[in-house]
Each structure stands twice: as C-alpha cells, then as structure tokens.
Design a protein around this ligand. Structure first.
Ligand code: GDP
Length: 426
C-alpha cells in the first residue's frame, strides 16, 4: 500500500511529525521532490532534528529510506545530515539514492545567490540552496544524473559543454570568477565516492516492494501553494509538491497511491514573498502567534527566518486538499491556539466585490480580501488529551467548522510536537 503525506498549504504544516508517526508503520519512506531548501522538524526519543533531504524514516532501523529521482540531491548536505544523526547516537540509517536522481552542482548554489543579488528587491526570497537553477538545468537537459557520476567520459564531455555556458554567465552577467573544469571534475569524483554505497535502481526496488505488499510512504515537502503549476506562481518552488508527482518522483504507477494525507496547520504561516490573504496584519498579534507557534516559534527550519503569520484559510486549504487529491486531512498545531479568546477563520475571498470560496489564479489573488468568521476560543491547554470527545467543545467546533469548509475529513488532530501527541478520529 502506498500512502502520501503532503502539505495542503504553504509548507511548514507539521508534515515531519505526521510522517514520522506514520513512518512507524511503513517499510519504506521516500522523498520524491524538492531538495535541501526546506526542512522537517522531528521530535523523538533521540532529541529534536531538522531533516532537509533525508526521509523521515531514518530514525527507524526497520525502514528503507529512499531519495527518489525527483529530488535535487545535494551530496554534501546529505552526507552531513547522516553524520548529524550518527553524531547524536542515532544508528546509521538504511538509505537508497536513485541512480536517476540529479545532483545539485556547486554552481547551482552560486547562481541562486548571484541571481537573487542581481534581482535585489524583485528577488523571490529563495533559500539560495540552488534549487531553481538545479531544476532549470534538469529540464534544459544539462543536469548531471547520479548514474553519470560513474562514467568519466560522459562527465568530461558534459562538463566541457555545460561550463562554456555557465562561465559566460559568470563572466559577463554576474562578473564573478569562472569555474575550472578540472576542479569541478575533482568535486564530482568526491560526490561519486560519497554516495556510491547508497546508489540503486529505485523504481525496480519499489516494483518488487509493491508486489511483496510492503507499506510505502511518500513524503512531500512544502505544500500545494508552492506547486509550480497549481500554486501561487511565480512565488513557488521549482518541483511539484503534489501527491500525484510522487508517482513520477519515485518511479511507481500513479494508481498505487491509495491514501493521501493532506497536512494542514490550525493557523497559517508562510515564508518568502507572495500574496497571503489571511495574513495577520496587526504585528503585535502576529508576533504573539509566531512566538507561541510550532514548537519554539514559527521560524524557518532551514533558514531561521521569521514566518509570516495568518489565520486559518479555508479557501486556500480546500483548494490545497483538492489538488492534492486528499483522502484525509491531519490538522496540526491546534494546541497553540489555546490562548485566544476568539479565533478568526477565513471562509471566503472577496474579489472585485464578489465573495468566492474557490482559490483564484495569482493575477487575481492580490485583489482578494479575506472574509472572516470568528469562532470562540477554548482557553485551555489541550496537550495530553488522547480522545477526541475529551477536547473542549469549542475546540471540537473549530475542527468541525474547518472540516466542513475544506470538504475533507479530518482524521488526525495533532495537539503537540511529539509523536504521541495525536488524536485519531478514525
Ligand atoms: P513541515 O515542514 O511541514 O514538517 O513543518 P515543520 O517541520 O516546520 O513543523 C512545524 C513545527 O511545528 C515544528 O517545530 C514541529 O515540531 C511543530 N509541531 C508539529 N506538530 C505540532 C503540534 O501539534 N503542536 C505543536 N505545538 N507543535 C507542533
């Protein structure tokens, strides 16, 4: 059985925690898109960890963790991440890296920085991990597949060809030092040696695993709003964040994905630019929620940047769940809202005088004004509660209100950062 855990919103919905929890029941956990530009936070018996490229099953010795072909593989970061686990007494994880994954080149990271500098105020708020230049090259067919690292003739020919273009840009557009092909060759040999123990034919492995009835978890990064096609383009990421892409980014048939869990946080947060309709504009209120939010505040897991804060957005989340094809939703970080007397929830967007519950294209999004309904708060700490019926009535009403508006059953409610802080409704 293949299940996907994906974000219904802008990312940082708490997917890491839900994935970590569901990973316990899985045989295989797969990252299928994105790169080291975002992070999951996982709290378990070993401590608190921010994972960027490694799948969330790395804490379980009985799980095979896979970095699929759809991922932007930053070799140095993956190796450093493995070390950061073993340094803290986590046993070395079982890991397989697809021979079809492509490698983030050192110049992708540089181009990401140089381009953001060049754009100045018009920049995308990139995390400068090289993700956009990486995917540009992948689709321009000048990327480097893991399998190619093992063939020096291919590597040399390709580098000669690619570096002409890269060095022209470096010299004339960015006025930066050029890349020496021999140095780059050396780096790629280092990469090859670092990942050699992990490289495998992932789709063949998964074909057999599906036949054998294994439980497989596809782990999404970011959320629907960051999808390059269905999100808030151009303030999006460069690979698809949708569950459907899990089939491509792992190399399995689409019809094998039977269960899609969309993770949605009990309030909104976003990083980077772009329209954010339910943003809390009162800085004091936003800051209070930011400080109380998540586990230790709403600051980026990779960058440490303060996140933009908003009230729950049913319009964005309904759309987010629909595009994910969610069969169920997990509502997270609900415990954080316990301090509020009342809680606004965005139930519609007013665009040109008309109220809609359908999420619009980006060109209309900046005209959208939030329509709020205000629900009473529950004014207590709900951490530690295990049964849905034991939640305060106003809290249940909040959950059921959201469930109705997003048109997706909320089967899991997360009331704390730890694995056991979960209320199952199924
Ligand atoms: P992801 O990228 O979707 O995995 O999200 P993050 O890793 O940014 O997770 C958001 C933060 O919320 C992390 O610090 C988690 O430890 C924390 N978190 C997850 N679920 C809950 C919850 O139910 N309650 C609280 N208080 N924190 C949570």
């Amino acid at each position: 059985m293949v299940r996907a855990v994906v974000g219904a919103n802008w990312g940082d919905e708490g997917k890491g925690k839900i994935t970590d929890m569901l990973a316990e029941q899985a045989d295989i956990v797969i990252r299928f898109q994105g790169g080291a530009n975002a992070g999951h936070t996982i709290v378990n018996e070993y401590g608190k960890f921010a994972l960027h490229t490694l799948p969330s099953g790395v804490f379980h010795q009985n799980i095979m963790n896979i970095i699929g072909n759809g991922v932007a593989l930053d070799v140095e970061k993956v190796v450093a991440e493995i070390k950061s686990l073993t340094d803290r007494n986590v046993p070395a994880p079982h890991l397989m890296i697809s021979n079809r994954a492509q490698v983030v080149m050192p110049y992708h990271v540089l181009f990401d920085q140089y381009e953001e500098e060049r754009l100045g105020k018009a920049s995308f708020g990139s995390t400068k991990s090289g993700i956009a230049p990486f995917y540009s090259d992948k689709y321009a067919k000048i990327g480097f597949q893991v399998s190619e690292l093992f063939d020096d003739d291919i590597l040399k020919d390709k580098l000669d060809h690619v570096l002409v273009q890269k060095n022209t840009l470096l010299k004339y557009l960015y006025k930066k030092p050029e890349i020496d092909p021999e140095e780059m060759m050396k780096t790629l040999h280092e990469y090859r040696d670092l990942i050699a123990p992990y490289v495998g034919d992932v789709s063949a492995y998964l074909y057999q695993a599906i036949k054998d009835g294994k439980t497989i978890l596809l782990e999404g990064q970011l959320g629907t709003m960051k999808d390059p096609d269905h999100g808030i383009y151009p303030m999006v990421t460069s690979s698809s964040t949708l569950a459907a892409y899990g089939a491509i980014g792992a190399g399995i048939p689409p019809y094998e994905i039977k269960d899609i869990v969309a993770v949605t946080k009990a309030y909104s947060s976003a990083v980077g630019g772009g329209d954010f309709v339910s943003e809390i504009l009162d800085e004091q209120k936003a800051d209070e929620l930011r400080r109380r939010g998540g586990d230790g505040g709403e600051y980026g897991a990779t960058t440490g940047r303060p996140r933009r804060m908003g009230w729950y957005d049913c319009v964005a989340s309904k759309y987010g769940c629909r595009l994910q094809g969610a069969t169920e939703a997990a509502l997270t970080v609900l415990d954080v809202l316990g301090y509020l007397d009342e809680i606004p929830v965005c139930t519609g967007y007013e665009i040109d005088g008309k109220v809609t519950t359908d999420f619009p294209v980006t060109a209309l999004l900046n005209k959208a004004k939030p329509v709020y309904e205000t629900l009473p708060g529950w004014k207590c700490d709900i951490r530690g509660i295990k049964k849905y019926e034991d939640l305060p009535e106003n809290c249940r009403k909040y959950i059921e209100f959201i469930e109705k508006h997003i048109e997706c059953p909320i089967t899991m409610v997360s009331n704390g950062p730890a694995r056991e802080d979960i209320i199952l409704r199924k």
